[in-house]
Design a binder for this molecule. Structure first.
Ligand SMILES: NC(=O)c1ccc[n+]([C@@H]2O[C@H](COP(=O)([O-])OP(=O)(O)OC[C@H]3O[C@@H](n4cnc5c(N)ncnc54)[C@H](O)[C@@H]3O)[C@@H](O)[C@H]2O)c1
Length: 337
């Protein structure tokens, strides 16, 4: 079976892609420096698929390591996810972004040429469309960039176009062997739940996908600690410490007596701030899970764009809702009865 080298395969989109590749019968070798991921994501990929993959810890700017990875794995194609991706950070650190995203891709392409592996899927970005001139975006929309991150993606796209023009091995029977994938809304469902159908403008579609990434990024305590402030606008936060759930770092102890109160929390998978509203423990105690779920459904039907998730933290049920800076939780679900 063909082997695919997945750069950045331990990351958010990469780990989901690994699931699909393994389920599709491919052998997978991940090449990742783990600068924004954790090997646990790959352990989880293996648990989900029941198949094994191989991780090579390496940096895409390391030509020698890439050549060795391609030769040793016998990969016949590469999917290239490795890169830095935060727009704001790219404005502050443009050199780091050009170095990682552009130089990293150049080194990869050189290694692919040396190893005669001219088959690539590049994870570009919808940021290459710049400020939209029309919506929805179509592939013939003019390309431009409004920040160094987008610029780095655009540069790589241009490099790939030039490479294809110059080298016939990047074509097969007239078809391109290089695919640009301009993602915008990332989503995935390697778990058992169906995809979340609503889009609420803050990457809601990803909340299912983040079940995998919950493991990819172990609870980032510092992230929560840094943001444990009182400027949240949330009613009476109780910063008595924090607890880590599977996915959220909750910045205050959830207590049954805090029913109806909202707490600011960090979504460790999405690196988003959310608000968690504590529900009546009775929802748990009396009729068990059923009333708890009904309460979630009711809140969800009233606030389809803002109520996201539900969970339980040490026996205290809660609903996760959209958080709006300065306004606190975007939804008042009251006692959610
Ligand atoms: N997530 C999105 O919504 C989105 C949207 C558009 C495009 N993209 C692009 O898709 C790709 C993957 O995005 P993601 O959300 O999975 O990001 P991610 O940060 O979760 O994954 C990126 C992975 O690349 C690795 N990496 C970074 N630099 C590396 C290097 N020099 N060498 C080796 N490994 C390196 C990181 O450790 C991480 O595992 C990125 O290139 C990103 O720009 C993502």
């Amino acid at each position: 079976m063909a082997t695919v080298l997945v750069t950045g395969g331990a990351g958010y989109i990469g780990s989901h892609t690994c699931v699909e590749l393994l389920n599709g019968g491919f052998d997978v070798v991940v090449f990742d420096n783990l600068c924004n991921s954790h090997p646990e994501a790959l352990a989880r990929v293996q648990r989900i698929t029941g198949k094994r993959l191989h991780l090579i810890r390496g940096d895409c700017r390391d030509h020698t390591a890439l050549v060795a990875a391609l030769r040793d794995s016998g990969a016949s194609a590469v999917i290239h996810f490795a890169g830095l991706k935060a727009v704001g950070e790219s404005v502050k650190q443009p050199l780091a972004y050009y170095d990682n995203n552009v130089v990293g891709t150049l080194r990869l392409l050189e290694a692919m040429r040396e190893c005669e592996v001219p088959k690539l899927v590049f994870s570009s970005s919808a940021t290459v469309y710049g400020d939209p001139k029309w919506l929805p975006l179509t592939e013939n929309h003019p390309l431009s960039a409004t920040n160094p991150y987008g610029q780095s993606k655009l540069m790589v796209e241009e490099i790939l176009r030039d490479l294809q023009r110059s080298d016939a091995s990047w074509h097969l029977g007239g078809a391109s062997r290089c695919v640009l994938c301009r993602c915008r809304s990332r989503a995935g469902t390697p778990g058992s739940r169906p995809a979340e159908p609503r889009s609420v403008g803050w990457r809601c579609g990803t909340w299912q996908a983040s079940r995998v990434m919950g493991a990819a990024r172990p609870p980032t305590r510092h992230y929560a600690r840094d943001r444990m402030t009182t400027e949240t606008g949330l009613p009476e936060p109780l910063p008595t410490g924090y607890r880590c759930s599977d996915r959220y770092v909750i910045e205050a102890e959830l207590a049954p007596q805090s029913m109806g109160r909202a707490y600011k929390a960090s979504d460790t998978a999405l690196h988003e701030v959310v608000a968690i509203i504590v529900l009546a423990p009775a929802l748990r105690d009396q009729d068990g899970v059923m009333r708890f779920r009904l309460s979630f459904k009711k809140a969800r039907s009233t606030h389809p764009d803002a109520v996201h998730d539900y969970g339980e933290h040490r026996g205290v049920p809660y609903i996760t809702v959209k958080y709006v800076e300065g306004l606190g939780a975007a939804v008042d679900v009251g006692k959610a009865s």
